[in-house]
Design a protein. Structure first.
Length: 306
């Protein structure tokens, strides 16, 4: 259908009336919008060893790890540019082979790799792609995987001793009292506990305001509390070190420490903190004190009322 108008010469001319998009165009637009709402998970071969293991499969298209990482970066950018939320998980070749054997799938098939990522890898530690370089993404993923493994081992140790909830609540209370006792500042906390002969470590960064408000990552706090709960419950000879600093060059960082004993945190003396911090964990040899750091006894943490 057209409608008419007049040009400056007085002659009538016609122009087409704008038509609404046809059904095919509307469907294509709707599909693009829907695609942006479907999250995507990519399994990353983060290091050369994992990459080398996958080269045994003929359908694996890469023979150079550096080129693989560059192409992965391109794919991640493309997905993110299209509005897709992308999470990255570690691709574990050994676990993948076991998965294919257990599910009777061909390990030398792209579809099997896709199913493994969707059904197994994506259920564990993942890192959201936010535009970071793939090398940094791999480092973040390794940290997340270690954190998840620590949480799994600590959770298993707790479950072996009955209901884990009371122990976790006890550890959460200990963490709360500890942060209250050291006051305002920027705190970096490391909890180490050996479980079944395996040394496990959990790390937590907390910023405490002068009014008592605490800012921390909930995921890191959960892992640390779970590991601490496992240590308190099993009686493992663990410990906790806290380093405090406001980030100013004229104020040295302060290091305090506690040991896990009798189901609670017991403060170390200043000498014990110095010896723990200035001794090589592997060789037992003394190491020089770190410049700009002072060592202090751990603060008293009031135990819960039984």
């Amino acid at each position: 259908m057209t409608h008419h108008t007049s040009d400056p010469t007085g002659q009538r001319r016609s122009r087409p009336r704008r038509r609404p998009p046809d059904r095919r165009s509307r469907d294509a637009t709707a599909r693009r919008a829907l695609r942006r709402e479907i999250p995507s998970t990519l399994g990353l071969l983060a290091d050369p060893d994992r990459f080398a293991a996958m080269r045994a499969y003929t359908t694996f298209a890469f023979d150079d790890h550096g080129d693989y990482l560059r192409q992965t970066q391109h794919v991640l950018r493309s997905l993110a540019a299209g509005g897709t939320h992308v999470a990255v998980a570690l691709f574990e070749p050994r676990e993948y082979a076991d998965y294919c054997a257990a599910t009777e799938q061909d390990p030398d098939a792209p579809a099997s790799r896709t199913r493994y990522v969707a059904e197994v890898a994506a259920g564990r530690a993942t890192v959201a792609y936010r535009g970071q370089p793939v090398e940094r993404l791999a480092a973040e993923l390794a940290t997340a995987a270690d954190r998840h493994a620590t949480w799994e081992r600590a959770t298993e140790a707790l479950a072996a001793h009955g209901d884990p909830a009371p122990a976790f609540d006890r550890a959460s209370l200990a963490l709360t009292h500890l942060l209250e006792s050291v006051g305002a500042g920027t705190h970096h906390m490391v909890c180490s506990v050996p479980l079944d002969g395996v040394p496990l470590v959990a790390v937590l960064h907390a910023d405490c305001d002068d009014d008592g408000t605490v800012h921390l990552a909930e995921a890191d706090a959960m892992v640390l509390c779970t590991l601490l709960a496992a240590g308190l419950t099993t009686g493992s000879p663990g410990g906790l070190v806290l380093r405090t600093g406001r980030g100013t060059p004229d104020a040295p960082d302060r290091v305090r420490g506690w040991t896990l004993r009798d189901g609670w945190l017991r403060p170390l003396t200043e000498a014990e903190v110095f010896n723990a911090y200035c001794t090589d964990a592997e060789t037992g040899e003394p190491v020089p004190p770190e410049p700009g750091v002072s060592y202090h006894a751990g603060t008293f943490i009031p135990p819960p009322e039984e």
